[in-house]
Design a protein around this ligand. Structure first.
Ligand SMILES: [Zn+2]
Length: 352
C-alpha cells in the first residue's frame, strides 16, 4: 500500500486525494445493479408509440418518410423536461416575503448588526433557460449499452444536434444519468440538456486555466498537450481511436473515472461531437467487462462556454462505485481509493 498523495486536475485545479490500498482489486466494489422492471416498460412515457405522454417534442431524428411530430417513426427524440430546472420564458424572480425575522429584542446582536447599504445578500433571479430530455432510442433500452453501434451513434448525434440548438445560452450542459443511484428517475435511456443563462464556476475556472496556458505557452491547448503526454506515458491511457483518446485522468475523482478527449482540439462539442460515439461505447463496454455488467454511472460533456477563450471539449464518465460523503461534500476534494493507473490497466486488459 502506497502513501496517500494529493493530485491536482490540470483542467480545473481541483484536488483529489489518492488513497489506494483500501480497494486492491475491482472486485472490491460491488456496484448495485439497476435491474429493469417489466412494469416500468409497460407504462414508459419514452417508448415509441407513447409520444402523447411527454411534452410536445422540440426535435426528432426521423429518417425516411417524414411523419408529423409526436408520432412514431423516430430514432432519437428531444422533449422539454416535464419537471424543468430551468424555465423559458423567464418568470418573476422568487423572493421570500419581507419579515422581521425571529429576533425581535433590540439587544439581539444578530438583529443589531443589520447594516444599511451592505447589498442584498438574498438576491435571486429567474432560472431562465431550457431543460430538455433527449430519448436515446425508440425501443425500451435501459442502458446505453443496449443500443447497437448505429443506434449509439444516432443518440450521440442527437446530443450534438441539440447542443448546437442553444447558441444564446451562456453554457450548455449535456448529461446522462444511468441507474437510480446515478439520479435517473426513468430507466429508459435518455440524456438531459441544460441551456444555462450563466457559466458555472467550475467551467469558468477551467476556461481561465486553459486561456492562461494558451498565453503562457504562446498558443498551446492545455488539454491537447495533456493528451499528447498521456499517449507518450501510456500508464493512464485506455484507448486511442481515429477521433479521440480515452484516459483515466491524473487526478481521477473516483475509481474508474474516465475522460474522452477529441484528437482535434475543438472547443465546442456541438461542432465535433460525432467522434465521441465509438470511444464512449468502447469505454462503457470496458466498464461492463471489468465489473461483469455496466455499473450505474454519470456522464457529462464539458464544452466551451459561449464567448471568447481557449477551450477543448471533453466528456467525463464516473461510475457510481463509491459515495461522496462529508469530506468530499465539505471540502470539494475527492478521495479516490483506486489509482487511475490501475483502473486504466484493468480497462486495457478488458478491452484487449
Ligand atoms: Zn421506454
Amino acid at each position: 500500500m502506497s502513501a496517500p498523495e494529493v493530485r491536482i486536475d490540470q483542467l480545473t485545479g481541483l484536488r483529489s486525494i489518492l488513497a489506494p490500498g483500501r480497494a486492491e482489486r475491482p472486485e472490491a466494489f460491488v456496484p448495485r445493479r439497476a435491474d429493469a422492471s417489466p412494469q416500468a416498460a409497460e407504462s414508459c412515457p419514452f417508448c415509441e408509440g407513447r409520444e402523447d405522454r411527454t411534452p410536445a417534442e422540440v426535435w426528432a431524428d426521423r429518417p425516411g418518410e417524414k411523419r408529423p411530430p409526436d408520432t412514431p417513426g423516430w430514432n432519437v427524440r428531444s422533449v422539454p423536461n416535464l419537471f424543468p430546472a430551468l424555465a423559458e420564458p423567464p418568470g418573476e424572480g422568487s423572493r421570500p416575503p419581507e419579515s422581521g425575522g425571529g429576533f425581535s429584542a433590540p439587544i439581539d446582536p444578530l438583529s443589531a448588526s443589520r447594516r444599511v447599504g451592505g447589498g442584498d445578500q438574498f438576491r435571486s433571479e429567474p432560472a431562465a433557460g431550457a431543460h430538455e430530455v433527449i430519448v436515446n432510442s425508440p425501443a425500451h433500452a435501459t442502458s446505453l449499452l443496449d443500443l447497437d453501434e448505429v443506434g449509439f451513434a444516432a443518440a450521440v448525434e442527437g446530443w450534438r444536434v441539440r447542443s448546437a440548438a442553444h447558441p444564446d445560452a451562456s453554457y450548455v450542459h449535456l448529461i446522462v444519468n444511468e441507474g437510480p443511484d446515478a439520479g435517473a428517475s426513468l430507466e429508459h435511456s435518455h440524456a438531459q440538456l441544460y441551456a444555462l443563462g450563466f457559466v458555472p464556476a467550475e467551467v469558468a475556472r477551467e476556461r481561465e486555466r486553459a486561456s492562461a496556458y494558451h498565453e503562457r505557452t504562446m498558443g498551446g491547448d492545455l488539454l491537447t498537450d495533456i493528451a499528447v503526454d498521456e499517449i507518450r506515458r501510456r500508464d493512464r491511457l485506455v484507448l486511442v481511436d481515429d477521433g479521440a483518446i480515452l484516459i483515466c485522468p491524473w487526478a481521477s475523482r473516483s475509481p474508474f473515472h474516465l475522460r474522452v478527449i477529441p484528437r482535434q482540439p475543438r472547443g465546442n462539442f456541438a461542432d465535433s461531437g460525432a467522434v465521441l460515439a465509438p470511444i464512449l461505447r468502447a469505454a462503457l463496454q470496458g466498464l461492463g467487462s471489468v465489473f461483469d455488467g455496466l455499473p450505474q454511472f454519470n456522464l457529462w460533456v464539458r464544452t466551451a462556454p459561449r464567448g471568447i477563450g481557449r477551450f477543448v471539449w471533453h466528456a467525463e464518465i464516473v461510475p457510481r462505485l463509491t459515495v461522496a460523503a462529508g469530506f468530499e461534500l465539505g471540502t470539494g476534494v475527492d478521495i479516490n481509493v483506486y489509482p487511475p493507473e490501475r483502473a486504466a490497466a484493468d480497462l486495457r486488459a478488458a478491452l484487449a
